[in-house]
Design a protein around this ligand. Structure first.
Ligand SMILES: [Zn+2]
Ligand SMILES: [Zn+2]
Length: 225
């Protein structure tokens, strides 16, 4: 992402990406090459450059802990500014505002790769920022039912919950296999109870897709959405 793309070009790329993402989730076939060539003609760039841009968008989805469009392996050399712009455009195009993580996390990765990162002073009194974030209204009975079903064991690795909460409950987290942000339902056929390790891995792990498939084969109540 060395050359400068206009907001208009980036927005067109994000719009196409969001469409491919929802088509894929809904099992609607789409021809990626056709989409790139349409964009290439419209903006006078190569198809390849749009394909690569799509992989940058996958990278932002992966930082957000979301599924990316299959075949578009995340390409990580997105500058943190571009990552922030892409994330904002995804929110706008999807019409939902998810917590902003892309700019911060790309900066973390870039600082971490520096050979001589000196000990930072940090921020004594961090500024507060207020933002609107989309929340999904969930059914407490679904969470209760899934937790009872799991009866204190992670439904992925079968280990006991890692600790007991102050309320005396085994601590497990609910994960929606098709994310609510991707149009998934809040039902027991789409929700699992996981230990925090398995939960984070299902969002961010390098093998997350095989982990997700293993849940469908393991638990008969689950239905692909
Ligand atoms: Zn687990
Ligand atoms: Zn989750």
């Amino acid at each position: 992402m060395s050359d400068n793309w206009t907001e208009e070009e980036l927005k067109a790329a994000v719009e196409a990406y969001v469409q491919m993402h929802s088509d894929e989730a809904n099992g609607v076939p789409c021809v990626k090459k056709q989409i790139y060539s349409g964009l290439a003609n419209r903006f006078g760039r190569t198809e390849k450059s749009f394909e690569y841009r799509m992989q940058n968008i996958s990278y932002v989805y992966s930082l957000m802990g979301r599924e990316w469009v299959s075949g578009l392996k995340p390409a990580k050399n997105v500058g943190s500014n571009n990552a922030a712009v892409i994330e904002r455009l995804v929110s706008e195009v999807e019409g939902q505002s998810l917590p902003k993580v892309a700019e911060f996390e790309t900066q973390v990765i870039s600082y971490k790769s520096k050979a001589n990162l000196s000990k930072p002073r940090g921020i004594k009194e961090p500024d507060k920022a207020y933002s609107q974030v989309t929340h999904f209204k969930r059914d407490p009975k679904v969470k209760a039912w899934v937790l009872k079903e799991a009866s204190g064991k992670c439904e992925c690795c079968s280990s006991n919950a890692p600790f007991t909460t102050a309320e005396g409950e085994p601590f497990l987290e609910i994960h929606h296999l098709r994310r609510l942000a991707d149009g998934g339902s809040d039902t027991v056929s789409n929700a699992v109870a996981l230990c925090p390790n398995c939960h984070r891995e299902m969002h961010y792990g390098v093998n997350k897709s095989s982990l997700v498939s293993s849940m469908y084969s393991k638990l008969s109540r689950l239905v692909h959405e």
